[in-house]
Design a binder for this molecule. Structure first.
Ligand code: NAP
Ligand code: MG
Length: 403
């Protein structure tokens, strides 16, 4: 069989620990035998980030702007323990944070559904994609403990020196205050990324906030979404046969639980933080959650939602077999291939992405799976495999499908 051709390279961002091991296995067993793989390789492993003063992360993000599509392995975000473990020059920032800031993107997370791993919510039949705004609000807030009686005000001083103030609270005793902000530019980018992704995936878009209580702050989010929608997307949504609607967050939560799934749920920063954990857990497993960063300009970076699976990596270093689930990382590659195929008009590459996903799911549905899934599956005849065995089982399914 001739290998499938690519025209534009994918930006390939390698990573750390157990996922770096899986990365190689996936390439060797599931990609390179079938695709004439073209990538521009960036090693985002922690050693190389340290060696390059984290320049490699910036270069990888810039390459994503140049080519449009990237696929990323999970990476370590250093903390104090990692400083010692890797003898780091600096406590480098989260690569995901750096890339997100450079691409001005929004992260969309969606579960991979498979027969035998049932969502806890009975009505959910299709994936729910969660889009979380990744700037501001309580994550960039200023807070103060108020020791006793006194007045707290919000004060704005314009560049010309003129001021506006708003009484926050007249304290009669001790208490606490918090001030937070957001930016029109960031909310607009978030809205555009959401509308763009809804069009790309032909799914309805829901956005919810608490505008009834937060009449200026949350209401402003609602207004920005409405304005961007009316001006730039309404006609395209109608054409695509999809809808956008805003609702109160309380109502959204009730509707999400009663829904069938199959839509995008856009959330403000805090709501998205909390609700993404709820949605991921309710769908079954973090190891089955994919993630894509979409910039308002239409750059895409695909990855798994989980981390580098450190505990398994230490077992691996001791020479023990691990049963780490590669599905989310495989789906990062298939997402990237499908998008590359769509942009470059390569139907063969898009078909390969579909078949690799199908082979992966059919392997699980046949009862062959990694340990994390074996613990939660409703299938009764189950073979627990280590990562290598599982990936090779997927390969044999893929070979059958490719005929
Ligand atoms: P993790 O990699 O998400 O793993 C936490 C636990 O979840 C694992 O110990 C394992 O449970 C289970 N798990 C996650 N993915 C799995 C998979 N594919 N197959 C089977 N089980 C899986 O989080 P962590 O180990 O706490 O973090 C390790 C590193 O990842 C940290 O340095 C963190 O900075 C980084 N991180 C990176 C990203 C990213 O690059 N996007 C995201 C999050 C975290 P059991 O141990 O019970 O088997
Ligand atoms: Mg969280």
């Amino acid at each position: 069989m001739d290998k499938i051709k690519m025209t534009t390279p994918l930006v390939e961002m390698d990573g750390d620990e157990m996922t770096r091991i899986l990365w190689n296995m996936i390439k060797e067993e599931l990609i390179q035998p079938f695709v004439e793989l073209k990538t521009e390789y960036y090693d985002l492993g922690l050693e190389n980030r340290d060696r390059t003063g984290d320049q490699v992360t910036v270069d990888a993000a810039e390459a994503t702007k140049k080519y449009g599509v990237a696929v990323k392995c999970a990476t370590i975000t250093p903390n104090a323990a990692r400083m010692d473990e890797y003898h780091l020059k600096e406590m480098w920032k989260s690569p995901n944070g750096t890339i997100r800031a450079l691409l001005d993107g929004t992260v969309f997370r969606a579960p991979v559904l498979v027969k035998g791993i049932e969502p806890y919510v009975k009505t959910w039949k299709k994936p729910i994609t969660l889009a979380r705004h990744a700037y501001g609000d309580v994550y960039k807030a200023s807070e103060m403990a108020i020791p006793g009686p006194g007045k707290v005000e919000l004060l704005y001083t314009a560049e010309d020196g003129s001021t506006r103030s708003e009484l926050l609270h007249q304290f009669k005793g001790a208490g606490i205050v918090q001030g937070m902000h957001n930016l029109d530019s960031s909310i607009e980018s978030f809205a555009r990324s959401c509308f763009q992704f809804a069009l790309d995936t032909r799914q309805d878009l829901w956005f919810a906030a608490k505008d009834t209580i937060s009449k200026k702050y949350d209401h402003h989010f609602k207004d920005v979404f409405e304005e961007v929608y009316e001006k730039e997307y309404k006609a395209r949504f109608t054409e695509a046969g999809i809808t956008y609607f805003y609702t109160l967050i309380d109502d959204a939560i009730a509707r999400v639980i009663k829904s069938e799934g199959g839509f995008i749920w856009a959330c403000k920063n805090y709501d998205g933080d909390v609700m993404s954990d709820m949605v991921a857990t309710a769908f079954g497993s973090l190891a089955m959650m994919t993630s894509v960063l979409v910039s308002p300009q239409g750059y895409y970076e695909y990855e798994a939602a989980h981390g580098t699976v450190q505990r398994h990596y230490y077992q691996h270093l001791k020479g023990e077999e691990t049963s780490t689930n590669p599905i989310a990382t495989i789906f990062a590659w298939t997402g990237a291939f499908r998008k590359r195929g769509e942009l470059d008009r390569l139907p063969e590459l898009m078909r390969f992405a579909d078949l690799l996903e199908q082979a992966s799911l059919e392997t699980i549905e046949s009862g062959r799976m990694t340990k994390d899934l074996a613990l939660i599956t409703e299938l009764t005849e189950v073979t627990v495999m280590n990562s290598g065995e599982f990936i090779r089982a997927i390969r044999s399914e893929l070979e059958k499908l490719l005929g």
